[in-house]
Design a protein around this ligand. Structure first.
Ligand SMILES: C[S@@+](CC[C@H](N)C(=O)[O-])C[C@H]1O[C@@H](n2cnc3c(N)ncnc32)[C@H](O)[C@@H]1O
Length: 229
């Protein structure tokens, strides 16, 4: 029996940016990404990609997940430009400096991702990424977002919560690694809004000319790759 997809508000999206519970939950998110193995999953999905000169990350949060991806020696990327898009400005000076040290120039837009995408020039992005972000959207918004991404990105890779009973069980255990009430609530909501099977492929525009892959990754994640043929 499969879980029906259900999108509900996450507390982190409504708490004030400076609320201590939100700050703590953002730090928890780094741990959650580690437990899920998301940097490794993204790096594996990107291992055969041409080194990108321009990366856009949608719903990037504090940027530390992408930092852990570009630090992977196996990718052998030389640097370039990174554009972080998020409704909140969360990338610290230290994180920016760590990117700069690896040859990346960091830019950021405090914007709604869909609005930002619709204003970006078509065909302009080597690599577009989303980590724990697409699940925020109901299908109609997600269809619009993926259509805009398809028109702009040569390669689009997303790593999202897997909607499965195992992932629900995992999210119920986050208290055991010290995650706060916001993180514990949002983890369960995120899994229920997550993806399974080929649900993202079904929403990607069929005429885009991208080759699609979609698969369960690690214990709790769901990976989607669209590569322009
Ligand atoms: C669960 S967090 C993931 C952050 C980051 N990708 C990570 O893995 O650490 C989701 C992020 O999406 C951002 N977000 C939610 N809705 C958004 C929207 N419509 N446009 C831009 N950013 C949004 C939130 O501010 C938050 O930083």
């Amino acid at each position: 029996m499969s879980l029906a997809r259900c999108v509900e508000p996450e507390w982190l999206d409504v708490l004030d940016q400076d609320d201590p519970r939100a700050s703590r939950s953002r730090r928890d998110l780094q741990r959650v990404n580690r437990v899920m193995g998301n940097a490794a999953i993204l790096a594996r999905a990107l291992r055969n990609a041409r080194p990108p000169r321009l990366i856009v990350e949608l719903g990037a949060g504090d940027g530390t997940l992408l930092l852990r991806v570009v630090q992977r020696p196996a990718l052998r990327w030389q640097g370039g430009t990174i554009m972080f898009v998020d409704r909140q400005s969360l990338v610290s000076k230290g994180t920016r400096a760590a990117f700069n040290a690896l040859g990346w120039t960091v830019d950021s837009a405090e914007a709604d991702a869909l609005t930002w995408l619709q204003q970006a020039a078509p065909g302009s992005v080597d690599l577009m990424l989303a980590n724990l972000f697409l699940h925020h959207f109901h299908a109609p918004q997600l269809t619009a977002l993926l259509a805009s991404a398809a028109a702009r990105a040569d390669l689009f890779v997303a790593c999202e919560p897997r909607r499965s009973y195992g992932a629900v069980a995992g999210s119920l255990l986050l208290g055991a690694i010290g995650c706060n009430d916001v993180s514990r609530h949002d983890a369960v909501v995120s899994v229920r809004a997550g993806f399974a099977d080929r649900e993202l492929s079904a929403l990607w525009p069929a005429s885009s000319g991208h080759r699609l892959e979609e698969y369960a990754a690690g214990l709790f994640s769901h990976c989607f790759v669209a590569q322009r043929a």
